[in-house]
Design a protein around this ligand. Structure first.
Ligand SMILES: Cc1cc2nc3c(=O)[nH]c(=O)nc-3n(C[C@H](O)[C@H](O)[C@H](O)COP(=O)(O)O)c2cc1C
Length: 206
């Protein structure tokens, strides 16, 4: 698939089939990830890939399935557009299911640095920015391979729990959980916000 086509086609999917992602396909998308630019030219990134449903369930033990909180939370976001609300209505109850259903849960890991949580300036966040370049490469490569992805940012004690459970070495951080898989035939794809590009382009000055 051509790059611009992959960019256009990439969408978050939270409903997967159980069709196995072949190892060679998985390896290609992860290799695409590590081709991303890195702030220190070190590319100190690792992946823990979980295929075993029992292992996946163990790692997701602290993720709230979200079903009971969705309307309360969303109704508090008065500023959210209908388009945004429909995303949250779809996403919140599916947080566990979307990460486990495809049986291909990728945990990307990066070396965080000491000032990540109290940055002096924006450059203190470079290691975090770099891993997100990797994640975007994976999302696009997965699309080119005919796969879909869903991601979740760990909250509260989730990240510490996962790092301990997977025996990550000291200093590594997990920016997100990332599920890759084949979309279910009836997978819901939420409409993207329609933003005319011309409204965002400022010539010479804003
Ligand atoms: C930084 C970041 C954090 C996100 N966190 C979550 C999340 O915790 N749970 C979830 O279901 N989706 C999450 N998403 C996916 C977004 O909801 C999704 O990208 C957005 O609705 C736009 O839809 P699209 O990816 O189909 O363009 C996240 C995406 C990004 C880039």
């Amino acid at each position: 698939m051509e790059l611009y086509e992959a960019i256009q086609k990439r969408r978050t999917v939270r409903d997967f089939s159980t069709k196995r992602v072949p190892d060679d396909v998985l390896n290609r998308i992860l290799e695409a990830g590590v081709k991303a630019p890195s702030h220190d030219h070190a590319r100190d990134w690792h992946f823990v890939v979980l295929r075993d449903p029992k292992r996946i369930a163990e790692v997701l033990k602290h993720v709230n399935s979200g079903a009971e909180v969705q309307t309360d939370i969303i109704n508090h976001w008065e500023t959210a557009t209908e388009c945004q609300k429909s995303m949250y209505y779809d996403a919140l109850p599916k947080q566990v299911k979307m990460l486990s259903q495809s049986r291909c849960l990728i945990l990307p890991l990066f070396r965080g640095g000491t000032d990540l949580m109290a940055p002096r300036d924006i450059s203190s966040l470079n290691s975090f920015a770099s891993i997100w370049c990797l994640i975007q490469n994976i999302l696009l490569a997965a699309t080119a391979e005919g796969l879909s992805c869903a991601l979740r940012i760990p909250i509260m004690n989730e990240e510490a729990y996962v790092l301990k459970t997977i025996h990550a070495p000291e200093g590594y951080r997990m920016p997100c959980y990332l599920a890759a898989g084949y979309s279910a035939p009836d997978a819901r794809i939420i409409q993207q916000q329609d933003i005319p590009f011309s409204a965002r382009l400022h010539a010479e000055t804003w």
